[in-house]
Design a protein around this ligand. Structure first.
Ligand code: ATP
Length: 328
C-alpha cells in the first residue's frame, strides 16, 4: 500500500448519531494499524477553525464502541460557511501537519468538505453519520438503524396506552426532508398511517383512512408523522384537524424529539461504522480523495460527492403500499 499520508484528522459534524463513537474508534485504530498519526478535532468544523484537537491512539478510543453520542462532540459551524472560516481551518491543519481529513456527518458536512478540499487542496473522505439516512451514496447511514429501533420501541409503548384508552395517537418522528425514519418505523411498529415529506397523501385521505379503521373494528390507531410531512401541517395542527372532523376520536400527540439521537448503537451501526472507517483510512493511504464511503448491496463502495449527494436518495415508496395493505 503506497503511503504518502503521515497524519489523518477526524471529526464528527452536524447532528450526532449513535455509532459515531464506533466510527472514531475505527479511524484511530486503523491509523494505529497502518502507523499513521491520528488527530481528533472537537466540535466538527468549529474545532478545526479554533484549533481544538487532541492526538489519538489505539488506547484513547477504548470502551467507546458501545456508547452513543460522540467523544469528539459535534456542532454546526456558521464560521465554516464563510471563506475566511475555511481558510483559518486549512491554515491550522497545515500548521499541525494534518494531510487529510475524515469527516463523519451528514449531507451538509459533505457539502462543506467538498468546498474545503476544492479551495485548499486538502484531501477529505466523507463517512455518512446521520440518523436521517438521506444520503444517496449509501444504503444505510451510521445511526439510522439505532434510531429506527428506538422509535419502534417508543411506539410499541404508546400503542399499549392507546389501546387501553381507545385513543388515536399522532407520533412525530425526526425527518425534516426525508421520511426514512417515519416510513420504516411506521411499518415496523404497525402504524395505521404514515405521513412523510416525499408524498402528499392529503388530509381527505387521512380522514378516510381513519374512518375506515373505525368501521373495520379498530378502537385505537397510531399515525406516524415525519417532522417535514408534505401535507404542510405540524403534528398538533393535524391532531386539531382530526378532532374537528372526527369528534368521536380521542386524539393525543407525542413528539419523540431528541431521544431518537441517543442510546447504545445497534450491532448493525457498530459494524457499519467499523467497516466504513477502516475503508476510509485505507482509501486515503491509497491516494483516493474527495469521495464518500458507503454501503451499497452489502459492499463497501466509494462515490464522488456529487453522486453521493444527489437529491433523490431513493426512499422506498413501496413501503407505503405495504403499510396500506397491512393496516386494513
Ligand atoms: P445532519 O444530517 O445530521 O443534520 P449535516 O452534516 O447535514 O448532519 P449540517 O448542519 O447541515 O448537518 O452541516 C454541518 C456543518 O457543515 C454546518 O454547520 C456547516 O459548518 C457545514 N456546512 C454545511 N453546508 C455547507 C456549505 N454549503 N458550505 C460550507 N459549509 C457547510
Amino acid at each position: 500500500m503506497a503511503k504518502e499520508i503521515g497524519t489523518i484528522g477526524v471529526m464528527t459534524s452536524g447532528g450526532d448519531s449513535p455509532g459515531m463513537n464506533a466510527a472514531i474508534r475505527a479511524v484511530a485504530r486503523a491509523c494505529s494499524y497502518y502507523n499513521v498519526k491520528c488527530i481528533g478535532f472537537y466540535r466538527g468544523y468549529q474545532g478545526m477553525i479554533e484549533n481544538d484537537y487532541c492526538e489519538m491512539n489505539a488506547r484513547s478510543v477504548r470502551n467507546i464502541i458501545s456508547s452513543g453520542g460522540t467523544i469528539l462532540k459535534s456542532a454546526r459551524s456558521d464560521d465554516f460557511r464563510t471563506a475566511e472560516g475555511r481558510k483559518k481551518a486549512a491554515d491550522n491543519l497545515k500548521e499541525i501537519g494534518v494531510d487529510a481529513m475524515i469527516l463523519i456527518g451528514g449531507d451538509g458536512t459533505f457539502r462543506g468538505g467538498k468546498l474545503f478540499s476544492e479551495e485548499h487542496g486538502i484531501s477529505v473522505i466523507g463517512v455518512p453519520g446521520t440518523i436521517d439516512n438521506d444520503i444517496a451514496g449509501t444504503n444505510f447511514t451510521i445511526g439510522y438503524d439505532t434510531a429506527l429501533n428506538t422509535v419502534v420501541e417508543a411506539i410499541d409503548k404508546i400503542r399499549d396506552t392507546a389501546s387501553s384508552h381507545d385513543r388515536l395517537f399522532f407520533v412525530e418522528v425526526m425527518g425534516r426532508d426525508a421520511g426514512f425514519i417515519a416510513l420504516n418505523s411506521g411499518v415496523g411498529a404497525g402504524a395505521e398511517e404514515i405521513l412523510i415529506p416525499e408524498e402528499d397523501l392529503g388530509l381527505d385521505r387521512l380522514l378516510e383512512s381513519l374512518k375506515r379503521s373505525k368501521r373495520s373494528g379498530k378502537t385505537s390507531s397510531i399515525v406516524v408523522v415525519s417532522e417535514g410531512d408534505k401535507i404542510g401541517k405540524n403534528v398538533y395542527e393535524l391532531a386539531d384537524y382530526v378532532t374537528e372532523n372526527l369528534p368521536n376520536y380521542d386524539v393525543r400527540v407525542t413528539v419523540l424529539g431528541h431521544m431518537q439521537r441517543g442510546g447504545t448503537p445497534t450491532c448493525f451501526d457498530r459494524t457499519l461504522a467499523s467497516r466504513l472507517c477502516v475503508r476510509a483510512v485505507e482509501l486515503l493511504l491509497d491516494g483516493e480523495k474527495n469521495v464518500m464511503v458507503g454501503l451499497i448491496n452489502n459492499k463497501i463502495t466509494f462515490t464522488n460527492f456529487e453522486e453521493g449527494l444527489k437529491e433523490d436518495h431513493g426512499i422506498n415508496k413501496e413501503l407505503l403500499r405495504i403499510s396500506d395493505i397491512l393496516s386494513v
